[in-house]
Ligand binder design. Sequence first.
Ligand code: SF4
Ligand code: SF4
Length: 140
Amino acid sequence: MSAAEPWYAEGLRFECTACGKCCRNHGDGFSYVYANRAERQAAARHLGVSLSRFEEEWCRRDRGWFVFRDKGNACVFLDGKGQCSIYAHRPKQCRTFPFWPELLVDEETWEKDVASFCPGAGEGDLYDLTTIRARMKASR
Ligand code: SF4
Ligand code: SF4
């Protein structure tokens, strides 16, 4: 690995087990699921409600951005079985986890903020560098 290559240049193994742990607050105060207008509209359509009702009932504002509300220590859309109730319409933030730039900044961060709770990290399919970079870009 050259100095210019990231620590994950050889790829990372990942396979989601759908355990729902990434939909919960892990005690670090982080529970922000951001949803842009198109994502809010898709979720609202899925629930059969208007955009304004969706935003009022299921969202809150964080510095002007819409984020999903919490229910207890989890995202409001995590159901009683630990599954996402809007799975097919979940925001890109959820679709691209754990390949977020801030989580891949170094191996220590990956271990602390992903591998420490996500049972899919280090398991299953090998995601190569190109795929990881594409996911990172898509997460924004
Ligand atoms: S914590 Fe990891 S394995 Fe569990 S649902 Fe989230 S991404 Fe999938
Ligand atoms: S929208 Fe679904 S996948 Fe995303 S955090 Fe909420 S429950 Fe999890």
